[in-house]
Write a protein that binds this ligand. Structure first.
Ligand SMILES: C[S@@+](CC[C@H](N)C(=O)[O-])C[C@H]1O[C@@H](n2cnc3c(N)ncnc32)[C@H](O)[C@@H]1O
Length: 353
């Protein structure tokens, strides 16, 4: 685990990859038990920690020793444990904390991943096979995980929004509806950047309550509204200058994606513009590994997929819309040099001149 990957043999690389399950669970358990938070707060003896966690002293000691092996903790000369520089990022109050992500992966992604073989064999969502219900239904039944998911989506928006706003000119649009806008991350950025924009988030009832609270916290309640609804069944607020579907279409198969697009089209008037913000599937997998990974997630979690530019063009045409321009942009934060293939896809009504 401490060797440089370039110095490993293929056998070593694959052998280590096959043990990835353990790393995920070690990190998840460390976060769930708030080990790093406790050590950071100055509790350093294992008996003290075990009393706080109501954990078996011997088992806890063995677990902490393993956290030393994966560089989350260091063991001092006197045998006590301290947090390493890597481990600091597991603290819940660290500005770059990965604790939410690791918690979500441990609770949702890890068990869901057992459905990959089912998804590959059937083309059906492995998530439903494992959890007995669909991805978004699961969040309705487990609101604390839904909130965690929405927080991760907010992080995703934060990781790309600077380049979205640099790439696409939002000035001149008086009203924006962010369809499936989650907890309001993108709407808030647009409202803050353009004081004359009035933004509406349209999402499921539980989710828009999070958006409402967020706008209130940011003092944006006048500029940002929320509307609860189901984008397959309920009308989307009509007559806005701009409709945004960010990270929505890739969640669904063509039939469902068409239904969302048709619903938006019905709300648009002749001057309205619709933006799809998505990753575009590249010709070759290694041209955008993050996009390929996202595509497999969509296969596993929902009936969705990442699509090529031509597939978006076709889908828009079938929904009565015309793709007018594609604005590629790079994620503002690129992790481990792994490229994604983001784009803002602009469209208008086919009937509009
Ligand atoms: C992948 S998240 C994208 C959130 C945000 N737009 C972004 O860019 O990160 C998908 C969003 O669609 C919402 N959603 C899923 N099904 C929906 C439905 N039937 N009606 C309305 N919103 C829905 C979810 O609540 C969630 O906020």
């Amino acid at each position: 685990m401490t060797m440089n990957s370039s110095s490993k043999t293929p056998y070593e690389v694959l052998r280590e990859m096959s043990g990835g399950f353990m790393l995920t669970q070690l990190l998840y358990t460390a976060v769930k038990l708030r080990i790093v938070d406790h050590l950071h707060a100055g509790i350093i003896t294992v008996p003290e920690l075990s009393a706080i966690l109501d954990a078996d002293v011997s088992a806890l000691n063995r677990f902490l020793r393993m956290l030393v092996v994966i560089n989350i903790l260091v063991q001092r000369e006197d045998g006590c444990f301290e947090v390493s520089a890597l481990g600091e990022l597991l603290r819940h109050d660290h500005p770059d904390s990965l604790s939410n992500r690791i918690h979500y992966i441990g609770e949702v992604s890890y068990p869901a991943a057992q459905g990959i073989s089912y998804a590959v064999q059937t083309g059906e969502p492995g998530f439903d096979h494992v959890f007995g219900m669909s991805f978004f239904d699961y969040f309705s039944h487990n609101p604390h995980l839904g909130t965690l998911f929405n927080e991760l989506m907010r992080q995703g928006v934060a990781d790309r929004v600077a380049n979205v706003v640099q790439t696409y000119d939002f000035s001149g649009y008086g009203s924006v509806v962010d369809v499936g806008g989650g907890n309001g991350a993108l709407a808030a950025v647009l409202a803050e950047a353009y004081s004359d924009i009035s933004a509406t988030v349209f999402d499921a009832p539980a989710v828009i309550e999070e958006a409402r609270r967020y706008f209130a916290e940011k003092g944006l309640s006048e500029q940002c509204q929320v509307v609860a609804g189901d984008f397959f069944l309920d009308p989307v607020p009509n007559g806005a200058h701009l409709y945004v579907l960010s990270n929505i279409i890739h969640d669904w198969d063509d039939q469902k994606a068409l239904s969302v697009l048709e619903n938006c089209r019905a709300a648009m008037d002749s001057g309205s513009v619709l933006l799809i913000i998505e990753q575009i599937m590249p010709e070759k997998a290694l041209d955008a590994p993050v996009t390929v990974a996202s595509d497999v997630s969509m296969l596993l979690l929902l009936r969705g997929r990442e699509r090529t530019e031509m597939e978006y063009d076709n889908l828009l045409a079938r929904a009565g819309l015309r793709m007018t321009k594609v604005y590629p942009f790079e994620q503002s934060k690129v992790y481990s040099g792994r490229k994604s293939n983001w784009a803002v896809i602009e469209s208008r009504l086919q009937s509009a001149v």
